[in-house]
Design a protein around this ligand. Structure first.
Ligand code: M6R
Length: 367
């Protein structure tokens, strides 16, 4: 059942190229120039009336939602807020009839996410669900559903569900943009072509799993480490940090790179590993200055960079791992892969139960 892999998590990491293809299949027009989402019942008129979007989810699904916020804001120019589902109801969110609430849940059964969905509907908002499970509670109760075609995810640590949630957000962001007319048709076609290349690019990263394994084995000796990044790199840093904590039990924190000097820098001492995500080239110099701050305090920096940018980043990091080049907005679909592998191999090196980490359940059905 593990298809020859030692663990479900590893199998599911390797299924991601297939999962990307399946999640895109049938959702792009034949000429490759537009997104088709026949499953949506929301009309163009209703979509044009949406004045704000709330994305509500837990854990890894919430991290996918943070990327979704950037995608929707950049492509469709609608303001988006992201909330942790367990907090949403209690902050008296301003939910009006022109609010679109997007709930994201692999299982479709997470209690807090379901409660948020019900609250949103009670307030008269339309709810769109992104979920991996057809017929789940979330799928049944939402007005619209985009199913991710990751296939069953068994490992507690979510991998292929996260990455297909990203694909769902890319498709939805493009769909909103084409409906609202906020992007040129050529730009939409350009992004779709870049998405088409993602599965093969993921395969190229997976082919370097041994390199990541080596890095993981050295990191596994640390008692604490940090992930830093700016913009969507920060969203991916949060996901990388959660994954590592969840299965390797190594303490880690993810920080928006520019926030370090507002307190956290005090924790950086000799030999502390810092994983710096540097995929957003317009923010590169800014993040490099934050790398200098941690290096001055003795940190060992691993840079996650774009191919072709290695010579530039070699000047500031100790080690680096390069991911294939894609559009800035799509990088999370690639940068998360080495981070998943990193946590897998760190957990393995420490002898933990990768698929069933302590204290955690696959589906959290209590609030
Ligand atoms: O099924 P859901 O997507 O609603 O689950 C949400 C979280 O419980 C889940 O993503 C959790 O954070 C993962 N175990 C992280 O790997």
């Amino acid at each position: 059942e593990k298809g020859g892999y030692d663990h479900f998590m590893l199998k599911e990491i390797y299924e991601q190229p297939r999962a990307y293809r399946d999640t895109m299949r049938g959702r792009v027009s034949e000429d490759g120039r537009s997104v088709v989402l026949p499953e949506l019942s929301i009309t163009a008129e209703q979509l044009r009336a949406v004045s704000r979007v709330h994305i509500v989810a837990c854990g890894t699904a919430m991290h996918a939602g943070m990327v979704g916020k950037t995608v929707i804001e950049r492509l469709a120019r609608i303001p988006v807020e992201v909330d942790v589902a367990s907090e949403y109801r209690y902050r008296s969110p301003i939910i009006t009839k022109d609010t679109l609430v997007i709930v994201v849940s692999q299982s479709g059964e997470t209690a807090d996410t379901l409660a948020a969905l019900r609250e949103a509907k009670r307030c008269g908002a339309r709810v769109l669900a992104i979920t991996n499970v057809v017929g789940s509670s979330v799928a049944r109760e939402a007005d619209d559903v985009i199913i991710t075609l990751a296939g069953p995810e068994i490992a507690v640590a979510s991998t292929k569900a996260y990455s297909t949630m990203l694909v769902a957000f890319f498709l939805l962001g493009l769909y909103m943009a084409q409906t609202l007319g906020t992007q040129e048709e050529a730009e939409i076609a350009h992004i779709l072509a870049a998405m088409d290349a993602l599965p093969e690019q993921v395969e190229r990263i997976l082919a370097q799993a041994d390199t990541v394994k080596g890095i993981a084995e050295s990191i596994a000796k640390s008692s604490s480490l940090f992930f830093i990044g700016r913009g969507i790199d920060y969203a991916v840093a949060l996901e990388g940090s959660l994954k590592l904590k969840e299965i390797s039990y190594i303490h880690s924190e993810a920080y928006a790179a520019g926030e370090l000097k507002h307190g956290t820098l005090a924790l950086i001492e000799d030999g502390v590993p810092v994983i710096a995500l540097l995929t957003q080239e317009d923010l590169f110099e800014k993040t490099v200055s934050n790398i200098k701050e941690v290096k001055a305090r003795g940190a060992e920096v691993l840079g996650l960079v774009n191919e072709g940018h290695e010579a530039e980043s070699a000047k500031s990091v100790d080690r680096q791992f390069a991911i294939p080049r894609t559009l800035p907005l799509l990088t999370p679909a690639l940068s998360v892969i080495p981070l998943q592998l990193l946590s897998y191999y760190a957990s393995l090196a420490l002898g933990h139960d990768v698929d069933k980490p302590r204290n955690l359940a696959k589906s959290v059905t209590v609030e």
